[in-house]
Design a binder for this molecule. Structure first.
Ligand code: APR
Ligand code: ZN
Length: 258
């Protein structure tokens, strides 16, 4: 099935959700743009200006580490204190009703957690940008303690082992976290509906999970403002603004009181 008119496709989306026994949701930056956090690849994205520093450079070079921290804080200052949006809230509600078994997110903004999604239903594939961690021992470090060091021209070292401290996100060139990858695979294999929301589906290995779910027999539904490389294999593509679409779908599904 391909993109239908939005009314019709939202009706189809509600039917898929109502019929599903076990939904895995997969979210990208597009679910947080309405919260004020820019996505990565749309025109005007600050990420096009403040390009992420590759992991190898971060580890090898103090100047690269300081630049990475400066870019991170510059982007954090752009969107300041943000609140969860409609998609975060709807997915947390569907999880509370045991409709959504797992949310695999590529986002590092912590908004699914802040919307109330329980830990055992949240997989952060690319880590979390609201705190830092030691690359050697994993000890958590708070950004409020890191920022003054960076502003004083020194990149933070671990309080416990003097290892390098980095934002707890997965940078390009950094290996993917084993446990989140294992849980994301499990959730892709276990679902009968895989909902890909607000992602360009161009970054791997993350974009392999919708393909795995589809291959294992799940329905694949993509909700996105723009076309994605997986639209051709999806069972349903809903083109449009993901916040209102999920909100309408939630309301209609509640009326069906599945
Ligand atoms: N409604 C629907 N779609 C939206 C909305 C919205 N309100 N806002 C943005 N989009 C769409 C954009 O058109 C785009 O196709 O969401 C998609 C976001 O794509 P990206 O910016 O590429 O973000 P994402 O898919 O999450 O990127 C994956 O790439 O840079 C790395 O690690 C980073 O996790 C990120 C990964
Ligand atoms: Zn350490």
């Amino acid at each position: 099935m391909m993109a239908a008119s939005s009314e019709e496709s939202i009706k189809d989306l509600v039917e898929c959700v109502a019929r599903a026994a076990r939904i895995t949701a997969f979210t990208g930056a597009g679910v947080s743009t309405e919260c004020g956090i820019p996505d990565f690849r749309s025109p005007g994205s600050p990420w096009r200006v403040h390009k992420p520093i590759p992991f190898g450079d971060f580890v090898a070079d103090e100047a690269a580490r300081l630049e990475a921290w400066r870019r991170k804080f510059a982007i954090d200052d752009v969107h300041g204190d943000v609140m969860p949006g409609r998609v975060h809230r709807v997915l947390a509600d569907w999880a509370a009703q045991d409709k959504v078994g797992c949310v695999i997110t590529q986002n590092i903004d912590d908004l699914h957690r802040r919307a109330g999604l329980p830990e055992d239903r949240l997989v952060e594939l690319h880590g979390n940008g609201t705190y830092a961690a030691c690359l050697d021992c994993g000890l958590r470090h708070e950004l409020a303690a890191v920022r003054p060091l960076v502003e004083a021209g020194r990149s933070p070292r671990c309080d416990a082992c003097d290892g390098l401290v980095k934002s707890a996100t997965i940078a390009f060139g950094q290996s993917m976290p084993a446990e989140p990858m294992r849980r994301a695979l499990r959730a892709s294999l276990d679902c009968d509906l895989f909902l890909a929301l607000g992602s360009s589906l161009v970054v791997r290995p993350a974009a392999s999970f919708p393909e795995i779910a589809k291959r294992e027999g799940a329905l694949l539904v993509i909700v996105n403002r723009e076309p994605t490389p997986l639209d051709s294999v999806a069972d349903l593509v809903v083109r449009g603004d993901v916040g209102p679409i999920l909100e309408v779908a939630f309301r209609q599904a509640c009326n069906l009181n599945w």
